[in-house]
Design a protein around this ligand. Structure first.
Ligand code: ADP
Ligand code: MG
Ligand code: ZN
Length: 486
């Protein structure tokens, strides 16, 4: 993951090297039963404007009551991100928008609940986290006509069901250096949100929303002027938007112009970012302390409870697999992502060859049903494969049977008539096939690498046919090379 597509892309054409600098701001909706300051259900997809009350509609005289569960989820997430949980206060962030009936958003400003943490990417890279604070979500506007943008719309619809839904905003440090890293960060954050159970983190439903701050510079120079891109609702969009934006900024600078600090909107359809507002048009939010809410000062007992509720995190799980299997944490990323690391560790503990187990868990095992698999049976299968009693392909077939119907690998292999061909017998078969295909063999021996590659496929196929698929492709290839004298 060190050489990213975007970095290569950013270098094209330029004489000097360009480096991307990216910092993400991620909003995630907390999976509480009710909203942040009222008892209305926190529910996605309900009939518009049914989960509302005087508090979340901002009616005069209504008063907020802080949701304890939301605070707890925010603290749990904070600890999972290695932040310190601090005494915190709420503030009013003032601006007008039709989907925000109070004309201010209750957020946290100078005293956020979580400060200074970090997140470790599967590559091992550590990304700083500045803060992770609590705030309320706004309602949701749908602009009808004009491509869905407010200024060109004929009219707009507003749904206040989302107003007051608890959010945590996680502000990352500008430590990311490519679109690939940014995607890895968002994916890792999503995995942490899911592991801690604080959010369902569905980018497509908006319960995890990513804004990307992007700038470019020559390595070693100070940070350049950044633009913030809104409206990224998939990892793919995130990557595309960053690459587009970096290219746009590089082109500007190379044409002798300047990057202007702006908020930009990503348009998935045309694959470009567009100006939303410039720094001069930026809101002055006039933050001031929220007078209707007291500071949040969690007790030591509560903090200890929260601490105990933080599960083993993906980064630690990758470490555990890496250590047991003798691979890098990055090599362990896929099994952890697939939730099969427990099975892998148990199979390795039962004596299985680690790399073969990882291969099966990465590529051959469906996640559904895998938890029913007995790790000792998996270890047995892998040992049969390692001993040459089963080919890799046969092992895959047996594994599928084991998941579908249970049973021991030896019995399943026996019932399927999988009999490994002994090394001697396989050598004889290979010699027979070589003798029967003298022309092809001549071209195999004397041809270039490309020819040999093609003919390897031919010979392996012939051997497979002769052994009814009981030969191991790799073993055949090795024998061919040995016979060639290579
Ligand atoms: P603001 O208060 O205007 O939102 P911050 O300084 O808090 O600005 O930064 C917000 C986000 O922008 C953070 O995620 C941070 O990592 C990122 N960021 C800051 N400076 C840069 C830069 N020069 N290039 C890219 N991202 C940046
Ligand atoms: Mg910001
Ligand atoms: Zn309400």
């Amino acid at each position: 993951m060190t050489e990213s597509g975007s970095r290569r892309g950013a270098d094209e054409g330029g004489t000097k090297q360009w480096e991307l600098v990216v910092g993400l701001e991620v909003h995630c909706e907390l999976a509480t039963a009710t909203k942040l300051f009222c008892g209305c259900p926190n529910q996605f997809g309900a009939e518009p404007n049914t989960n509302v009350c005087p508090v979340c509609l901002g009616l005069p005289g209504s008063l907020p009551v802080l949701n304890r569960q939301a605070v707890e989820f925010a603290m749990r997430l904070g600890r999972a991100l290695h932040c310190t949980v601090e005494p915190s206060t709420f503030a009013r962030k003032n601006y007008f928008y039709p989907d925000m009936p109070k004309d201010y958003q209750v957020s946290q400003y100078d005293q956020p609940i979580n400060a200074e943490g970090h997140l470790d990417l599967p590559s091992g890279q550590r990304i700083g986290i500045e803060r992770a604070h609590l705030e309320e979500d706004t309602g949701k506007s749908t602009h009808v006509g004009g491509g869905g943008r407010i200024h060109e719309a004929g009219h707009s619809l507003v749904d206040y069901n989302r107003a007051g839904v608890p959010l945590v905003e996680i502000v990352g440090r500008p430590d990311l250096r490519s679109s690939e890293d940014a995607k890895a960060y968002a994916a890792e954050l999503r995995a942490i949100l899911l592991a801690t159970g604080v959010s369902d983190a569905k980018m497509e439903e908006g319960s995890m929303r990513v804004d990307a701050n992007v700038s470019v510079r020559h390595p070693g120079e100070e940070f350049g002027t950044r633009c913030e891109i809104k409206n990224l609702n998939s990892l793919r969009s995130l990557g595309r938007a960053i690459d587009y934006e970096a290219r746009r900024q590089i082109d500007l600078i190379e044409a002798g112009e300047r990057v202007i600090q702006q908020t930009r909107h990503w348009d998935e359809a045309d694959g470009r970012t567009h100006t939303l507002r410039s720094k001069e048009e930026a809101y002055d939010y006039r933050y001031f302390p929220e007078p209707d809410l007291v500071p949040v000062v969690p007790s030591a007992e509560w903090l200890a409870e929260v601490e105990a509720s933080v599960p083993t995190l993906p980064a630690e799980r990758r470490e555990a697999v890496a250590e047991a299997a003798g691979v890098t944490p990055a090599d362990a990323a896929l099994v952890v992502e697939r939730g099969l690391d427990g099975l892998v560790l148990a199979a390795i503990a039962a004596g299985a060859d680690p790399l073969r187990v990882l291969t099966h868990a990465d590529h051959n095992l469906a996640v559904e049903g895998a938890d029913a698999l007995d790790p000792r049976a998996l270890a047995e299968l892998v040992t049969m494969e390692a001993d040459g009693a089963l080919t890799a392909t046969q092992a895959k077939t047996v594994l599928a049977e084991m998941v579908a119907g249970g049973g021991s690998p030896a019995e399943i292999a026996g019932a399927k008539g999988f009999e490994a061909v002994s090394a001697d017998a396989l050598g004889d078969v290979v010699d027979g096939i070589i003798a029967a295909n003298a022309d092809e063999w001549d071209r195999y021996v004397n041809g270039d690498d490309k020819t040999r590659g093609k003919l390897t496929g031919f010979f392996v196929g012939q051997v497979m046919r002769a052994t009814q698929g009981n030969a191991d492709g790799k073993a055949v290839t090795a024998l061919l090379e040995q016979r060639r004298g290579g």
